[in-house]
Ligand binder design. Structure first.
Ligand code: FAD
Ligand code: SF4
Length: 479
């Protein structure tokens, strides 16, 4: 521990994003792109190096990042060594440093009676410096086992598994149905939160270390699992949970109502292909936009709609507004379920003068014009009464909307691959396998990430990618 009294002397200072009125005019990252290293060293000194670091416990960082160790190294200006410690547990800190909601900070012991250490900012600064200084480079693989592994799906779970297995000496091929590698890191999380050059940089690095990436192959359709198995010794499914939750309300067939992922993917693809935002029917330009559902996806729809030039943006939330601070039944070190202002909320509030979120609203019906296009939404207020969502009489309301984005989460993976491979599903429709073991019901086939645990977080996908790699390595050693 570098400075015994750091937490007593210094306040938490979070690195700020670019100014709202500047950043809403482009699709560049919201981050400033530079780090105040002196300030971050000071922030590192706020870490108390507690005997039991809850930040890296099960309620904290899912990949057990060695947080107190690298906080101390940063405080002591040992950035390269801090990177070495960070890389021991995290394959892609440049992703988590940007997009992780930082459960570590929710579990930080200092957070019991003071604002938590700025762990995520420090993590990002370490890895950004690592790339700038050229410390992160191609690692030579000296040993090859002669075993081949096929990975289906190139999101963070697939990439982490590929990285680990390649470093263990196995030959790895990653199959991706999309035209670009990265899963939701590429098409899902928008540029503003995670630049696509950041994703490509890591993919190129993995490629230079020997991993083969094959795009535009939909396993289960273009190539059967049986054919794939004939080419390798083990198969891992990391296909994500891409089956979106539906909203079966009246007039759902009206034009102009889209799943959030169609909207976000279309815009990112357009930006990458042509340098221009999406100008198809999915564009929010000049439209009253309603985003149904919150979470990261809802925020990303708000941020993207704003940049496309929406006329107005409203976000419906079914549940009530979370409290400002932890409630009694949500104690430390649990993830704090509190009211947060994410980048899209901040931007929309500044442009339109109010927080876009409206709470406790149930969509009753869509209003369809004679031209078949959506014109609005009918809602009613709801409340949780005796554990049941109950409609409140007399609160019916109509809202204008020419574009509606459905962002109510994801139910499970699609099922054509599980049908093709004949693996069993769990009761939620995910590919059945146990966390820590990852074997499906079919010998030699493993599953990990969102397709196994349901829609989750990038850091959990990395956790599962690392775990499945270890399980597959054991399987290969005994086969
Ligand atoms: C809009 C949005 C924003 C998000 N924001 C955040 C955030 O800020 N922070 C955070 O931590 N998490 C966020 N998440 C969640 C996070 O992105 C996911 O939990 C994570 O990407 C899951 O990783 P994965 O590797 O399991 O699957 P995915 O990233 O979903 O990747 C699966 C890949 O498999 C491919 N695939 C599927 N089936 C096949 C097939 N049969 N053949 C070939 N390829 C196939 C898919 O095309 C996809 O590329 C967000 C999610 C969304 C939708
Ligand atoms: S990966 Fe997420 S939880 Fe882990 S240290 Fe980084 S920000 Fe915290």
């Amino acid at each position: 521990m570098g400075k015994a009294t750091g937490f007593l002397e210094l306040d938490r200072q979070v690195e700020s994003y670019r100014e709202v009125d500047i950043r809403i005019n482009d699709y560049d990252e919201i981050f400033s792109g530079t780090h105040n290293l002196d300030q971050l060293q000071e922030q590192g000194s706020r870490c108390m190096d507690c005997g039991v670091p809850f930040c890296q416990s099960t309620t904290g960082c899912p990949i057990d990042n060695l947080i107190p160790e690298w906080n101390d190294l940063v405080y002591n200006n040992e950035w390269q060594e801090a990177l070495e410690r960070l890389e021991k547990t995290n394959n892609f800190p440049e992703f988590t440093g940007r997009v992780c909601p930082a459960p570590c900070e929710g579990a930080c012991v200092l957070g019991l009676n003071n604002p938590a250490v700025t762990i995520k900012n420090i993590e990002l600064a370490i890895v950004d410096k690592g790339f700038e200084e050229g410390w992160i480079k191609t690692r030579l693989i000296e040993y090859r086992s002669g075993k081949n592994v096929a990975i289906v799906g190139s999101g963070p779970a697939g990439l982490a598994a590929a990285d680990e297995l390649n470093q263990m000496g196995h030959s790895v091929k990653v199959y991706e149905r999309s035209d670009r590698i990265g899963g939701l890191l590429m098409y899902g999380i928008p540029n503003m939160k995670l630049g696509k050059d950041v994703v490509d940089r890591r993919v190129k690095l993995l490629e230079s270390e020997g991993i083969e990436f094959i795009t535009n192959i939909d396993v289960g359709k273009d190539l059967t699992t049986k054919e794939l198995k004939e080419t390798c010794d083990a198969v891992i499914f990391t296909t994500g949970a891409t089956q979106a939750r539906e909203l079966p309300a009246e007039n759902r067939d009206a034009k102009g109502i889209y799943p959030a992922m169609d909207f976000l993917t279309s815009n990112t693809k357009s930006l990458l292909d042509s340098g221009q935002p999406d100008q198809s029917d999915l564009s929010a330009k000049g439209k009253n936009v309603i985003v149904i559902g919150g979470g990261d996806t809802g925020t990303d729809c708000i941020g993207t709609s704003l940049r496309q030039g929406a006329k107005s943006i409203i976000n419906f939330e079914l549940m009530s507004r979370p409290p400002e601070g932890r409630s009694d039944n949500n104690p430390w070190p649990e993830w704090p379920v509190i009211y947060r202002v994410d980048y899209g909320h901040e931007e929309s509030s500044q442009v339109f003068g109010e927080d876009p979120r409206h709470y406790q609203l149930l969509t009753k019906a869509f209003i369809k014009g004679t031209d078949g296009n959506v014109k609005g939404i009918k809602t009613v207020n709801v409340d949780l009464i005796e554990g049941k969502l109950t409609e409140i009489e007399g609160t019916e309301k109509t809202w204008d909307a020419e574009l509606v984005l459905l962002s109510m989460g994801f139910v499970s993976p699609e099922h054509y691959l599980s049908d093709d491979s004949e693996i069993e599903l769990d009761q939620r429709g995910n590919y059945q396998s146990e966390h820590g073991d990852y074997r499906t019901s079919k010998e030699g086939i493993f599953s990990a990430g969102d397709c196994r645990r349901g829609q989750s977080l990038v850091v959990w996908a990395i956790n599962e990618g690392r775990g499945v790699a270890s399980s597959v390595n054991n399987f290969l050693a005994n086969s």
